[in-house]
Design a protein around this ligand. Structure first.
Ligand SMILES: NC(=O)c1ccc[n+]([C@@H]2O[C@H](COP(=O)([O-])OP(=O)(O)OC[C@H]3O[C@@H](n4cnc5c(N)ncnc54)[C@H](O)[C@@H]3O)[C@@H](O)[C@H]2O)c1
Length: 367
């Protein structure tokens, strides 16, 4: 079997945390090139990851004929130009969220990938948590009855020092909303169907005008709290809240992640820190923690041993498994750039609703 030859573009935190390990454990994939403008980091990753080629310019890796597929894990404002260059050169592309700086950028990326016929995937990590995969089946098979309510809370207790590119609207698009809440918008639409209208709000509390070592830096101009009420096309309602400055919610860096669906017959809850279990309760009962059935612990055929590693970390390796499977099997990867654009349209509407102080209706066709 010939392997899919990968290039990683952006060798920072998330590439080291789960993209490289995902490539490393998949016998159908091989890391052949890394690209990052930070030459010291590039050298370190080359030694840690064992890749053969290094680039400092994304345009160079885009045209490397020995690279079949790329993972783009760079600051948000660079996603679109890098993705378009790689797509034009015929590479399959997995890109981090948020796909672009707004819906129109994301849609352009989707159209380019679709028209070129390459595989495309948005790195919506939490869809791959075992309890999330099980929750999706519970909802879609009707085990919870008619879905009525969706609820999510994502709280992180992060230091209030500079967060680099992430705290600049020009470079990141938005703060917590595009960094954290957009994942919840994606999996809510996956579980409940499309969102028809939203009423949203954002707020900023942390100035972040000092670096970790106490130097002055430009203050943040993005939100660190975001919330929305949503109405789904199927009639269900949703309530979402996220914040990166929730004191007391550190929990080893994982914070609090709670997402639930309440149906006419029962409720079920996914929690990031307990991804191999789920809370389930039927009408008249109290929620009980049960193990996620074995067939949901990894996707079928995955090389990952679900008994190994920290459960809240290792399911993230399944993103690469899905992307490689889509390339090998000649099918669409899920979630694709279309899902990335659909989530971004809702996130944009939260900003619009916040500005206007009104509900915002969402068109249902992507194009
Ligand atoms: N899916 C998830 O769960 C998840 C988790 C964390 C981050 N992210 C996303 O991943 C992306 C990267 O986040 P991170 O935390 O790894 O950031 P990071 O700052 O740790 O790493 C980004 C890297 O990109 C490099 N870079 C900057 N411009 C570049 C360019 N033009 N070409 C190539 N490399 C370039 C930087 O030097 C840096 O090493 C962001 O879009 C973020 O939203 C997703």
């Amino acid at each position: 079997m010939t392997s899919i030859r990968f290039g990683i573009i952006g060798a920072g935190a998330v590439s080291d945390y789960h993209h490289w390990p995902g490539i490393e454990i998949d016998p159908r994939a091989e890391l052949v090139a890394i690209c990052d403008p930070d030459e010291r980091l590039l050298e370190q990753r080359q030694s840690d990851w064992g890749s053969t080629r290094c680039y400092t310019q994304a345009e160079e890796i885009a045209v490397d004929p020995d690279v079949d597929a790329v993972i783009i894990a760079t600051p948000n404002f660079t996603h679109k130009p890098i993705a378009l260059a790689c797509i034009a050169a015929g590479k399959h592309v997995m890109c981090e969220k948020p796909l672009g700086l707004d819906f129109s950028e994301s849609l352009e990326m989707y159209r380019a990938a679709h028209d070129k016929g390459v595989r495309h995937m948005t790195a919506f990590t939490y869809r791959f948590a075992p309890s999330m995969r099980y929750l999706k089946d519970l909802v879609s098979t009707g085990a919870l009855g008619e879905p009525r309510h969706f609820r999510s809370q994502r709280f992180l207790d992060l230091p209030e020092t500079s967060w680099g590119w992430r705290q600049s609207k020009k470079l990141a698009g938005a703060g917590d909303l595009f960094d954290m809440t957009i994942h919840r918008i994606d999996f809510a639409q996956d579980l409940m169907g499309p969102i028809a209208s939203v009423c949203g709000s954002i707020a900023q509390y942390a100035l972040r005008d000092k670096t970790e070592d106490g130097r002055d830096c430009p203050p943040s101009d993005v939100d660190d709290w975001s919330a929305l009420i949503a109405r789904f096309t199927g009639g269900a309602v949703g309530v979402f809240e996220g914040s990166t400055v929730m004191k007391g919610y550190h929990f080893g860096g994982f914070g609090r992640e709670w997402a639930e669906v309440n149906g006419s017959e029962g409720s079920a809850v996914y929690q990031l820190t307990e991804p191999n279990t789920i809370l389930i309760g039927k009408g008249g009962e109290s929620l009980q923690q049960v193990d996620v059935p074995a067939e949901y612990l990894t996707p079928a055929g995955s090389p990952r041993d679900p008994a190994e590693g920290v459960p809240a970390t290792v399911f993230r390796y399944d993103l690469v498994y899905e992307f490689v499977s889509a390339i090998v099997e000649g099918r669409d990867a899920i979630p694709g750039f279309d899902h990335g654009a659909a989530a971004q349209r809702v996130a944009d509407a939260v900003l619009q609703s916040h500005e206007a102080g009104t509900w915002v209706e969402l068109p249902q066709e992507l194009e």
